[in-house]
Each structure stands twice: as C-alpha cells, then as structure tokens.
Design a protein around this ligand. Sequence first.
Ligand SMILES: C[S@@+](CC[C@H](N)C(=O)[O-])C[C@H]1O[C@@H](n2cnc3c(N)ncnc32)[C@H](O)[C@@H]1O
Length: 233
Amino acid sequence: MIQAPVAENMFKEIMRRLHRFEAKKQDRTALEKAFPVNEDVKEILALLRSVPVPIVPVQELHVRLGFHQPLDYPETSLAKPLTQWKMEIDDAPIFRFLYRSFGPKRHLEFGTWYGAGTVYCLEECDATIWTINLPQGELTPDGTPAYGYGLADIKSVEAWALKIGATISQWGCYRTDTIGFIGRLFLEKGLGNRVCQIYCDSRAWDIHHYPAAFFDTVLIPHKDDVVCYVFWL
Ligand SMILES: C[S@@+](CC[C@H](N)C(=O)[O-])C[C@H]1O[C@@H](n2cnc3c(N)ncnc32)[C@H](O)[C@@H]1O
C-alpha cells in the first residue's frame, strides 16, 4: 500500500508535469517539435504506472462507485485471462454499465476508429459526445496504416466506402480511421446527430473556449498497453 505523503508527492509531480505539458501545448513551435511533448507524455505515463492502481472485482464495482444496480458480468469473460480480452466482448459490458449507471450528459472520447465505444455510450444514456481523431488516420512507425479491417468486416466496409465515395488507399485497403470512416458504426445506426466530431491531433486540440468541468466523462483508449481508461470528471 502506498503511503499518503508519497502518493501526495507523486500527485504533485504529475500535476507539475501536466502543467508544463499544457504550457507547451499553447506554444506552437514547441508543439511542432512533437518529440519533447511525446517525451513528457511518456514521463507522465511512467509516473502514473508507478502508482499502484486499486483493483476492484466487477461484482463490487457498483458498491465502489455508489451505484444501486450491480453489473451482470458474463461468466465466460471472468474465466478468460486479461490478455485474451476483446473489447467488444469483455470490456463492453463494463463500459455499458458505467455509462448506464453514471449517465453523463457530455462525454469526450479520444480516438474513435469505427466507433464501437461511442455506440456503447450513445445506447446506454442520452449523452452528447465529442470525439477527437486524426483526419488522415494513424500510421505506424514504418509508415503503413495503423488501422485496417478483418475478413469479417470486408462487406460492411466496402458498402460504407461506396456510400461515402471513399477510394482504396495506396496500401490497397480502405483506411478505416480516416474522415468518412471514423465512427462508421454510430453513423450507420443513425446516431451521428448526437456526436460532434473534431478532426485534429489530440495534442493540438484547442480547448480555450470549453468551460471548466464541461465534460462529465472521458474515454482515453491506450492501444499499446491494451488498457482503456474511463475518467470521471
Ligand atoms: C484504439 S483506436 C480507438 C478505439 C475506439 N475507442 C473503439 O471504441 O473501438 C485509436 C484511435 O485513435 C486515433 N488516434 C491515434 N493517435 C491520435 C491522435 N494523436 N489524435 C487523435 N486521434 C488519434 C486512431 O486513428 C484511432 O482511430
């Protein structure tokens, strides 16, 4: 168990770095030199990782968060190791439970791809959602698209491409995390009227005119560690 003064110092250090990062974000030249910003983000994440995260069994989640209804979590997911979890099967009931129980009015999502996570929020409560995505999609360090689609999705991706007039990229596939494709699932369901899509690198998002505490919940997916965070504000 981490000692209170240590946790407090760590928290102060994290906040100090976040402020420094924020200060840099205001400065265009610093922003254009993405490397130092990335280094700061890495440092912040390393600090956050060094703080032990409390583990709450799904059966006790409602008690911990003060909700009346418990989560009816599938036995099959409980039996699986975390490394075999699939978001659509094993995380989805938890996300849906959180949105249903908390009922945010304004939800923010960093990185949407085809919008599975956005659909959970849209279907479980009446929130209006803001999403932030790279307009031209993400590339891996070797310069190839970071997001594609599997065999099972080919038909629906092709049908959507026809609808929006998208063409196949130079890599011989549709880029499913680019403008037009981003949020396909909620657009197909006719739920796009509750989503404000922002197209930019999230590190360059201009937040000056958002009032303080504007968002009730925020979803930040973290691909490399296969971890999703939902933060209450
Ligand atoms: C793991 S996917 C999101 C999955 C999604 N939340 C879901 O529910 O299925 C990450 C998304 O973030 C986008 N992305 C990556 N880096 C970004 C950045 N710096 N700014 C904005 N979007 C980014 C990617 O293009 C991709 O669409």
